[in-house]
Design a binder for this molecule. Structure first.
Ligand code: NAP
Length: 259
């Protein structure tokens, strides 16, 4: 299926690795030109080159912290017109809420709620004017099924979801859609880091715990970034214009509810 995004410009945040990279790769395969960001320049440049070779699209790599005003400004400047925005940033660290200060909370809110809102604010009126826009927020399955040690993530991301639920209905008439992708366990550096944290607490190795967690998932495995990217590209496509304000959970069936 042709997604109808050839020649469009996609800004994919936090995309040198993991889920953001999966989204960037999928959008590029369908012909979208990219601006990708991450803090580490070396990995970002390597990913940009990998995507150029795989797809032939234009890929601009902008190194910077997307959770800062400077990081956002340089990404937006490099992109110019943004037709597709994929919001993403690293997740907050795990821990016990008794140890989190106000500063820790502000940092989590900045990264996982206010940064996506700032970026949406910067691009949405241009999208409305051009009568096309697709915004996909990478959040977490934790907004449906909270993860005890990731309280900062549970809290900050749920705030974003509440905001998106309202805004998405205000811009739909202009063919601008905003949807959330909620990853369950995907095999990325982030997942491996969380495994290390939990394995230590349980007196297991990270490999043992990963095997156990994968087996406990109805799909008997973790997700991969290609399947995550494919879902993102569909939501960014011309075909998804009647899907907005939705939360697509991708967790291999782990959430046990009917809805
Ligand atoms: P990952 O494999 O660790 O990759 C994170 C990517 O984001 C890297 O490219 C990283 O590059 C970049 N990044 C991190 N912080 C950034 C910042 N402040 N500014 C710009 N770029 C930044 O992580 P992932 O698994 O893809 O996770 C992506 C998001 O999904 C996270 O918020 C995570 O909490 C959430 N999530 C993941 C899973 C999962 O199972 N993987 C499940 C639920 C939710 P640099 O470090 O060089 O900046």
């Amino acid at each position: 299926m042709d997604l109808g995004i050839r020649g469009k410009t996609a800004l994919v945040c936090a995309a040198s690795k993991g889920l953001g990279k999966g989204c960037a790769l999928a959008l590029a395969r369908d012909g979208a030109n990219l601006v990708i960001t991450a803090r580490g320049k070396e990995a970002l440049e390597a990913t940009a080159e990998e995507i150029r070779k795989a797809s032939g699209v234009e890929v601009t790599a902008v190194a910077g912290d997307i959770t800062t005003p400077e990081g956002r400004a340089s990404a937006l400047k490099a992109a110019g017109q943004v037709d597709i925005l994929v919001n993403n940033a690293g997740g907050p660290p795990p821990g016990d809420f008794r140890n989190w200060s106000r500063e820790d909370w502000v940092k989590a809110l900045d990264a996982n709620m206010l940064t996506p809102i700032e970026l949406i604010k910067a691009v949405v009126d241009g999208m409305i004017g051009r009568k096309f826009g697709r915004i996909v927020n990478i959040t977490s399955g934790a907004v449906k099924m909270p993860i005890p040690e990731l309280g900062l993530s549970n809290g900050a991301r749920t705030g974003l979801h509440g905001f998106i639920a309202g805004l998405s209905r205000q811009v739909a008439q202009h063919n601008v859609t905003i949807n959330n992708l909620l990853p369950g366990p995907f095999d990325t550096d982030r997942l491996r880091g969380n495994m290390e944290f939990n394995a230590k607490k349980l007196g297991k190795t990270a490999a043992e715990l990963a095997k156990q967690r994968a087996e406990a998932n109805p799909s008997k495995r973790f997700g991969n970034i290609e399947e995550f990217g494919a879902a993102c590209a569909f939501l960014a496509s011309v075909h998804a214009g009647y899907i907005t304000g939705q939360n697509l959970l991708m967790d291999g069936g782990a959430f046990p509810g009917t809805f």
